[in-house]
Design a protein around this ligand. Structure first.
Ligand code: ATP
Length: 280
């Protein structure tokens, strides 16, 4: 019987000198046992893959990866937007049923950052993590992660993890965004089906680990990838400085530990943003 979630869409896009062909079938041929747990679908364009999956959670019976070549209304945290260039980046969301209840998922967004960063390291792309879960290359944002969730009927939680990963951006992109960004032209030349399969495998494995062990399986790995280890940083909320101190790492719950004149403070992720103090 055919799988209703497995969309055999052939989606091609001409980006720069590279024709981007992404198909669910090709991604699937490179999935390991963890990645195979997810159904896969590929679309040429949508508003937001996260919004699409969130609206379908009641009908899902298994994990689902939804890939879009272009998003017209990509979302970031706290109502911020994720900008994309057709064919210039990977954009996908992965819906996954976790056995844990929402209050047992503290640190989950950081674990997603770890999974992506480790998969990129395995592809020889050295990246680091900005708390809570941005992926940086040379100090600039290469990828963003948006985690959304909803309780499921069994007392667990449906997670929707959205990822936008810049591959090859036009020179004008930074100026139009108004901040420094990174891309990875070498990865852009790779078969994107391979990239997506590697990331899906890594995420699926990480989700299983998190369900079993929680953030304790990721704390040391996150701290190894910490972009601002032992550097002075500021925690901002809507532009207001909430805290300032030396970022020493994350604790076993994923809270950022800041060394301040008043002692060590653990900072909860919420919707706050981190900036290195040296840039202001
Ligand atoms: P910040 O990066 O400001 O600390 P954040 O981690 O909450 O905030 P996200 O929600 O991951 O950010 O992403 C939204 C922000 O990322 C936007 O406010 C914008 O500044 C930036 N952004 C949007 N599109 C891109 C892109 N393609 N590449 C890099 N950065 C982007």
């Amino acid at each position: 019987m055919s799988d209703p979630c497995f969309t055999p869409a052939l989606t091609a896009y001409r980006a720069d000198e590279v024709t981007v062909n992404i198909t669910a079938e090709q991604i699937r041929t490179m999935c390991d046992a963890s990645g195979m747990l997810a159904a896969i679908e590929v679309v040429a364009e949508t508003g937001s893959t996260n919004a699409d999956l969130l609206s379908r959670l009641n009908d899902l019976t298994r994990p689902l990866l939804r890939v879009a070549l272009h998003q017209t209304a990509g979302r970031g945290r706290a109502g911020r937007s994720w900008q994309s260039v057709p064919g210039g980046m990977l954009m996908f969301s992965l819906a996954w049923p976790m056995a844990r209840a929402a209050h047992e998922l503290m640190g989950f967004p950081l674990a997603v950052g770890v999974a992506i960063a480790e998969a990129l390291h395995a592809l020889d792309l050295p990246v680091q993590l900005k708390w809570p879960n941005d992926i940086l290359r040379d100090g600039k944002k290469l990828a963003g992660v948006l985690i959304e969730s909803a309780a499921n009927k069994e007392g667990g939680t449906w997670i929707v993890a959205g990822i936008g990963l810049n591959l090859q951006l036009p020179d004008t992109f930074e100026a139009s965004l108004g901040r420094a960004v990174a891309d990875a032209p070498w990865l852009a030349k790779m078969d994107r089906n391979v990239l997506l399969a590697r990331l899906l495998n890594a995420l699926a494995k990480a989700f299983g680990q998190f369900d079993q062990y929680g953030f304790s399986a990721f704390q040391a790995r996150w701290n190894t990838l910490h972009a601002y280890a032992n550097q002075e940083v500021r925690i901002l909320d809507h532009g207001q400085i909430l805290q300032q101190g030396i970022a020493t790492g994350v604790d076993v719950s994923g809270r950022l530990l800041l060394q301040t004149p008043a002692g060590q403070i653990p900072v909860l992720a919420g919707d706050v943003s981190l900036r290195p103090a040296a840039t202001d």
